[in-house]
Design a binder for this molecule. Structure first.
Ligand code: SAH
Length: 352
């Protein structure tokens, strides 16, 4: 097999069989990586141009009933300093976001039963009433079909639920008392209800193999989500994985570029985790095909507490500084910030 040929075919057909994807992951070197990034960049220029969409991230609760072994806000971490934002506080974040020009809010949190359907519906309706032109993304983990439906009817547009890993074995190892199948079914439910959905996975989780990562790529290709979050695993000191090694920038950008080729119109965020393992991680992500950034809109008083992993960036900056900082980074990397809703282009095409 020839790696350049595989990448070129992938660029032309947006498809590659399992063995070829595995061959790329096993054999990529500096030169072929350059070629891969070039093709990925060309693909994103054809679909989204040099635009990078911006979402305002509101981390509104770090209470969580789950015990994901990698995550700093897992229920069993008694050291986590827990907080919940009130409806008023969430609306304040949205107001600040609106003044800065944001047209998408991402409400993310642990799986926190305090936020019942009724509470979520009120939050979503209030934001939507005030900012009808803005998109609302929810990222609150696994809930029932009915719950997802109620939030959708209230005005939620998108839902982020990373599948975390497409290997059942690895998934079960990492998520005590959770169901691999249920998480996947949630994604199907969300899609059926009408959400723009976001799946995604971590790179470099302990015991993860290249075969596992190929599984992730093929699962995403098949699911065809509107968005896909890919970030490196980073250890958190108060978790069972505290002593493990973090995922690398290089591996993550390879997977981002491959995914851009497999799904040319997917929305790909340059994640905070990527920016946290390397000072120019997000810029490298954007060059590898990412077209979304999610600056933080959470009150600075709670930023440190939403600690999923160690060394998370931007925990001290006000929303306005985050907005300015990210714009500078995007421009210096040769791209342009786009403050519109930033819908998936395929989704938009189908609407019209
Ligand atoms: N409760 C929501 C949101 C989870 S936090 C849900 O279940 O979807 C958002 C994402 O952060 C997770 O999906 C996971 O992929 C990522 N994450 C958590 N801990 C991490 C770590 N230690 N390193 C890197 N990413 C992590």
């Amino acid at each position: 097999m020839d790696i350049y040929e595989i990448i070129n075919d992938l660029y032309k057909t947006n498809f590659a069989p399992r063995e070829e994807l595995l061959f790329v992951l096993n054999n990529i070197d500096d030169e072929s990586k350059k070629y891969l990034i070039e093709k990925s960049h060309l693909t994103r220029m054809k679909t989204y141009g040099n635009k990078v969409y911006t979402r305002g991230l509101i981390e509104f609760t770090n209470y969580c009933v789950r015990n994901c072994r990698y995550c700093g806000i897992r229920a069993e971490n008694i050291k986590a300093d827990r907080y919940r934002l009130t409806l008023e506080e969430i609306l304040e974040c949205a107001d600040i976001g609106a003044k800065l020009g944001y047209k998408t809010y991402v409400l993310q949190g642990g799986e926190d039963p305090y936020y019942t359907d009724r509470v979520m519906v009120e939050i979503i309706e209030k934001i939507k009433k005030k900012y009808p032109d803005s998109a609302i993304t929810i990222s609150l983990g696994e809930r029932s079909y009915e719950s997802y439906q109620k939030m959708f009817k209230a005005g939620a547009d998108r839902y982020l639920l990373r599948h975390e890993t497409a290997s059942k074995e690895l998934y079960d190892e990492l998520h005590p008392n959770a169901s691999f199948e249920n998480r996947r079914n949630c994604l199907l439910d969300l899609k059926e209800i009408g959400y723009q959905i976001g799946a995604g996975f971590m790179v470099g989780i302990p015991n993860q193999t290249n075969e596992n990562l190929v599984e992730d790529l093929l699962y995403i290709k098949d699911l065809n989500p509107h968005m896909c979050g890919i970030g490196p695993f980073i250890p958190h000191e108060d978790t069972p994985l505290s002593k493990e090694k973090a995922g690398s920038l290089d591996d993550t950008t390879t997977l981002l570029a491959l995914l851009r080729l497999l799904l040319p119109s997917v929305l790909l965020p340059a994640t905070t985790a990527l920016g946290s393992i390397n000072p120019v991680g997000r810029e490298m992500g954007i060059k590898a095909g990412c077209n979304v950034v999610m600056p933080n809109l959470s009150p600075t008083t709670v930023r440190e507490k939403y600690s999923l992993y160690n060394g998370k960036i931007c925990t001290g900056d006000e929303a306005a500084e985050c907005r300015k900082c990210i714009e500078g980074r995007i421009n210096r990397a040769g791209f342009e910030l786009d403050m519109s809703r930033g819908d998936n282009i395929e989704w938009k095409r189908r609407l019209n």
